[in-house]
Design a protein around this ligand. Structure first.
Ligand code: IPD
Length: 271
């Protein structure tokens, strides 16, 4: 006998904790957004902004996790970083889509993933202005609210609706714009939603055929990547590689390989 919970029981517990944390933070952010919300600080560039609400949301989530799961590690966008002793690490984006939130646009989210011994086992993305929460447990499928989430069947490449995003550094953006310029004439269209976590969940529920972006941080994609994968998408980076800051791609089989090949050829993985 051991005191360690079995993997399935642990994942169920982590899912319940993540859902409650995302629900609390989402309600706080939706109901508490100040009318005169401004920029509290900037990070990698003048357009990479943090609001007081990003900081407050991260504190709300990390305080909640410390209460429910003391001993777990935490990695958060706004600086939370603890090692932990349990092998569980929480990867948190307290507002993914901060620029949307700043401008009062609806597509922002709270993204919370749990990793066990380095593997993402639970992902929750709350999108309060959509009234939707996306979730997945490794090997158990993905859900939007209480409905199963499934990707679309892969369309021909030229009929794909592809989401993407752009980083905050001007030189990187210029190259990303060049990749998008090459892609647009070859597909149905592209979308730039402003929250990578929601983009990945949109692949999971069939509101996008595919999504790719260079330059994501772990908190932007950890939860959404698992949700897209559990909904039937393939995910990766350059051929043979896992999704990462270098490149993250999600699409159903058939489209994934074509998009990955195109992006690799175009050099979407470098600045
Ligand atoms: C950003 C969003 C955006 C993506 C950027 C991310 P943040 O996250 O996910 O869609 O294009 O690369 O940095 O800064 O709003 O948490």
């Amino acid at each position: 006998m051991t005191d360690q919970p079995q993997p399935q029981a642990l994942r169920a517990e982590l899912l319940a904790v993540a859902l409650e944390a995302a629900q609390r933070a989402g309600t706080f952010l939706r109901d508490g957004r100040p009318e005169d919300l401004g920029v509290a600080a900037t990070k990698s560039s003048a357009v990479d902004v943090v609001t007081e609400m990003d900081i407050a949301s991260e504190k709300l989530i990390t305080d909640f996790l410390a209460d429910r799961r003391p001993g777990d590690g935490v990695l958060g966008e706004e600086g939370a970083s603890t090692e932990g002793t349990t092998g569980v690490q929480w990867v948190i984006d307290p507002i993914d889509g901060t620029v949307n939130y700043l401008y009062g646009r609806p597509d922002w989210s709270v993204s919370i993933a749990a990793r066990k011994d380095g593997e993402t086992v639970v992902g929750v993305v709350g999108a309060p202005m959509r009234g939707e929460t996306y979730r997945a447990v490794l090997g158990e499928g993905a859900y939007v609210n209480d409905r199963p989430a499934r990707t679309r069947t892969a369309p021909p490449f030229e009929q794909a609706l592809v989401g993407t995003g752009f980083g905050y550094i001007a030189a990187r953006r210029a190259h990303q714009a060049e990749i998008a310029r090459q892609l647009i004439p070859r597909v149905r269209d592209i979308r730039r939603g402003g929250s990578a976590a929601i983009d990945l969940c949109d692949v999971a529920v069939g509101r996008l055929d595919a999504y790719y972006e260079r330059g994501l941080n772990p908190w932007d994609f950890a939860a959404g990547e698992l949700i897209a994968r559990e909904a039937g998408a393939l995910t990766g980076g350059r051929p043979g590689q896992a999704p990462s800051g270098e490149l993250t791609i999600a699409a159903p089989p058939g489209l994934f390989e074509q998009l990955q090949g195109f992006l690799d050829e175009q050099g979407a993985w470098h600045d």
